[in-house]
Ligand binder design. Structure first.
Ligand SMILES: NC(=O)c1ccc[n+]([C@@H]2O[C@H](COP(=O)([O-])OP(=O)(O)OC[C@H]3O[C@@H](n4cnc5c(N)ncnc54)[C@H](O)[C@@H]3O)[C@@H](O)[C@H]2O)c1
Length: 331
């Protein structure tokens, strides 16, 4: 699918982005704006999460923002008359889900279920795209991980994301609410939370190199396939627009896998300076570590024509460039 196809699907369409002041949601809302959609962003700007008003600065097109907590707000007026609902509202920290499991339950399960209930009642024809995570697989038995890999989450967040996926499948089957689910891998790029490691370890690494401080790499042999945020956004848009994606659960990866120690080395090289040390994994983190991960995302590629376009070095360069000009609002 091409830019023309996306424009055909979204120009003039009415879309809602739940969690649209967060990292991925804001990049998605901005892109929808440039595609000519009429966008409603709903976000609670919860302080421990990635929401940031600055994320929509300078955004083009028609984007309205509603500050509301989807755990309690009346959602029906937000979804009524919308053709697309992208649910990016979530608590994303794995350790955070272990420290406050009931908060994670509300933020991941309750919100997803409330959105689906509102769709069922107020907007039954809306196409829902739910951002899930590779965390549902737990520690992979084999690489690359395809969608047939058993699910066995290793933390509370993974359990709740899996339950939220299941709500979507159930509401589709029982009520005919259209939905698709994307299991995203580590996503990075402009507008991610970098003040701490709540979003991904890469956030603190980026902050450290930008501030000229040394960062820690835990072990360093773990494999990951990172997705640049523009590629993740394209995948979300295609999931909403491609008829064959409706009803599916898909992995989204980032192409080549990389060991974390090589990722650290690449980051320092792209920045043109920086330092890191290889440290043992802290025991509390080790308990919920997933080991290596690499997505097999050929199913989604085959169905939609999607593929990641931004190579790691380019993605890191674009990310660093963004924060060089916009650091203060993210600290
Ligand atoms: N960032 C990644 O690397 C990554 C990887 C895999 C999956 N995902 C998934 O993608 C989605 C978005 O992640 P992100 O990295 O953009 O997170 P983020 O924290 O940057 O954004 C989440 C946004 O949702 C908002 N939000 C949370 N609960 C809300 C509520 N009750 N009402 C209204 N707004 C609420 C927050 O304020 C925040 O702005 C999540 O579902 C996450 O699980 C992200």
């Amino acid at each position: 699918m091409t830019e023309t196809t996306l424009r055909a699907a979204y120009a003039g369409a009415r879309a809602i982005v739940a969690g649209g002041l967060g990292f991925i949601g804001s990049n998605l809302a901005r892109r929808l704006g440039t595609l000519g959609a009429d966008v409603l962003v709903v976000d609670a700007l919860l302080p421990d999460l990635g929401g940031n008003r600055h994320n929509l600065d300078g955004a083009q097109g028609r984007i309205a923002v509603e500050i509301a907590d989807l755990r309690t707000a009346d959602i029906a007026p937000f979804v009524a008359g919308r053709q697309y609902l992208f649910n990016l509202a979530a608590q994303t920290s794995h350790q955070g889900s272990m420290d406050a499991p009931l908060d994670d339950l509300d933020l991941n399960c309750r919100v997803a279920l409330r959105l689906l209930e509102a769709c069922r009642k107020a907007s039954p024809t809306v196409a829902v795209v739910f951002a899930s995570t590779r965390q549902v697989y737990g520690r992979p038995n084999y690489l690359p991980v395809d969608e047939r890999h058993p699910v066995a989450p290793v933390d509370v967040n993974g359990v709740h994301k899996l339950a939220a996926e299941a709500y979507h499948t159930l509401y589709r089957k029982v009520y005919g609410v259209k939905s698709s689910v994307l299991r995203l891998t580590n996503t990075y790029g402009p507008r991610m939370r970098i003040k701490d490691a709540r979003q991904t370890f890469l956030g603190v690494w980026l902050r450290a190199v930008l501030e000229g401080r040394r960062f820690e790499v835990w072990e360093g042999e773990q494999l990951r396939d990172l997705t640049y945020v523009d590629d993740a956004v394209d995948a979300l848009l295609l999931a909403g627009a491609a008829p064959k994606a409706e009803g599916g659960v898909f992995n989204i990866g980032g192409g080549r896998r990389v060991a974390l120690k090589h990722l650290a080395k690449t980051l320092v090289a792209v920045h043109g300076g920086g330092d890191y040390s290889i440290e043992p994994f802290p025991a509390t983190r080790k308990r919920i570590d997933i080991g290596d991960y690499h997505a097999d995302d050929r199913l989604f590629r085959r169905i939609t024509g999607w593929k990641p376009r931004v190579a790691l070095k380019d993605g890191l360069a674009r990310t660093l460039d963004y924060y060089r000009g916009n650091l203060a609002p993210y600290l």
